[in-house]
Design a protein around this ligand. Structure first.
Ligand code: HEM
Length: 484
């Protein structure tokens, strides 16, 4: 046994051939709550075997920081799966690629590009505000009739990512845009199916029908990416790089011109460029849209929270001046609400699985190389020892006594992960959440249409923690009822 004398193996669940029996065993139907519940019997870190895979579930923030942050590099691997390989051409992207010099290079490149065209740039704020204005126009046009909100949110978020990646955006009804929405939905639906095979590659029981549909959607996505890529290549000018695709192209050309390789055998291929841009769509659209959906669902459940956000907006800006990013500090209650939404319904409740690249340890436990490590953010965000009444939706918990400064009352909070594989889009996502929500709530009160049931607060575990579809009634706010 290679185990350190002071180390021991984590408690292990009885061997189970399939996930179904695991869910039955725990009496739950959702994986994240199932893993949370199993702590009662096995403690906050335990192992299980599924088929030939050995995996460890981490439910506590101290262990999570050790995996993600302190030993981030040791746990920076990603498992292979049928669908992730399909979507990333065998890990030629960022999210599904295991730790490697090429992954590091791509991540840095995208990070730089995001900060150049995105975070902090006036241009991106303009783009998001344009989409926020579009959303408000749609809401106004309903004249109080029920509106399915999800497709509108998806459209707005997709357009932001399109601007960032391709420096282009779409009008409502543009056929290319509609096609893109359709295949994105196809990917989410298929990958998000009960089989969970994408996130959990040890579940290879994937119906062929779904896999065929997924192939078709990925093909449609790739054709569009290829078309954009060709257009960008033809028009490329290294002096005017204005989107992510150009930035990646420039990096590739520079490498070719300098004849420099990262390491022998490692080169930036067209596939890497395409899959990386595809990744930003994959990771950037569904996540942000889901967080927006949860925020609005909570507004419907807690009208008093919505009212408080509106009072703050009225006091700080009035009804006429549109919110800007520079107003974030003046709107702490809205910021706290966004934090609370991401706590109570974390978009990625089990992150993306990590893999131990070397023999390592977590706490006192020995973790052999190759172990899949699942970090249960759901458990970390609902830990009774860290959070007061964790099931309660309470934005105030993120504010100081004066209701002003926004801070996390415990380190048991990591909606975007942590460490070297932390979310690349955190800053962008927060910009979008702040601007889209503030623009909507400044002008409209969102209500439940008559005779509609409140949308469920129970998330459905899939590629993200999915919210159910719902409709809202948008009531315009009147100038005389508000004002600074
Ligand atoms: C990875 C959360 C939006 C790009 C992740 C991870 C989480 C996360 C939890 C996994 C971290 C890990 O495995 O340890 C979120 C949430 C979002 C959001 C809650 C919105 C509310 C975005 C956006 C983008 C993006 C807008 C694109 C610009 C990525 C990428 C990765 C990632 C590329 C993979 C990083 C890697 O594997 O190295 N995100 N994300 N995300 N996210 Fe996000």
């Amino acid at each position: 046994d290679k185990a350190d004398p002071g180390h021991r193996a984590p408690p292990c669940l009885p061997s189970l051939p399939v996930l179904g029996s695991l869910l039955q065993l725990a009496g739950h139907s959702e994986l994240h709550t199932c893993f949370t519940g199993l702590q009662a019997r096995y403690g906050c870190l335990y192992a299980l075997r599924l088929g030939s895979e050995y995996l460890v579930v981490v439910n506590n923030h101290l262990h999570a920081r050790e995996v993600l942050f302190k030993k981030g590099k040791e746990f920076a691997g990603r498992p292979h799966s049928v669908t992730s390989d399909l979507m990333s051409r065998g890990g030629k992207d960022i999210a599904f690629a295991s730790y490697s010099p090429l992954w590091r290079f791509l991540r840095k490149l995208v990070h730089t590009a995001l900060s150049m065209f995105g975070e902090g740039s006036v241009a991106l704020q303009k783009i998001i505000c344009r989409e926020a204005e579009g959303l408000c126009e749609v809401l106004a046009a309903t004249q109080g009739a029920p509106l399915a909100m999800a497709p509108e949110l998806t459209r707005a978020v997709t357009n932001v990512v399109c601007s960032l990646c391709f420096n282009s955006s779409y009008r409502r009804g543009d056929p290319e845009f509609e096609a893109m929405l359709q295949y994105s939905q196809g990917i989410v639906d298929t990958v998000g199916k009960e089989s969970l095979v994408d996130i959990f590659p040890w579940l290879q029981y994937f119906p062929n029908k779904d896999l065929a549909w997924l192939r078709q959607c990925v093909k449609a996505r790739d054709e569009l990416l290829q078309k954009k890529f060709t257009e960008h290549k033809e028009a490329f000018c290294s002096d005017s790089v204005s989107d992510l695709m150009d930035a990646l192209l420039r990096a590739k050309l520079n490498m070719e011109n300098n004849n420099s390789r990262l390491e022998p055998g490692l080169e930036l291929t067209d596939d890497h460029l395409l899959m990386t841009v595809g990744d930003i769509f994959g990771a950037g659209v569904e996540t942000t849209t889901t967080a927006l959906k949860w925020a609005i669902i909570y507004m419907l459940h807690y009208p008093e929270v919505q009212r408080k956000i509106q009072e703050e907006l009225d006091q700080q800006l009035g009804l006429e001046r549109r919110p800007q990013l520079s107003d974030r500090q003046r709107l702490p209650y809205l910021e706290a609400t966004i934090s609370e939404v991401l706590r109570i319904r974390p978009v990625a409740p089990l992150l993306i699985p990590h893999v131990a690249l070397v023999d390592s340890s977590i706490g006192d436990y020995v973790i052999p190389k190759g172990t899949h490590v699942i970090v249960n953010i759901w458990a970390i965000h609902h830990d009774q020892d860290e959070w007061d009444k964790p099931e309660e939706f309470n934005p105030g918990r993120f504010l100081d006594e004066k209701g002003q400064r926004i801070y996390s009352p415990t380190p048991s909070y990591m909606p975007f992960g942590s460490g070297i594989r932390t979310c690349l889009g955190e800053v962008l996502a927060k910009m979008e959440l702040f601007l889209l929500l503030s623009w909507i709530l400044q002008r409209f009160t969102l209500e439940l249409p008559a005779h509609h049931p409140l949308p469920s607060l129970a998330g459905k575990f899939g590629i993200v923690l999915q919210a159910t579809g719902f409709e809202v009634k948008a009531v315009p706010r009147e100038p005389e009822r508000a004002g600074p």
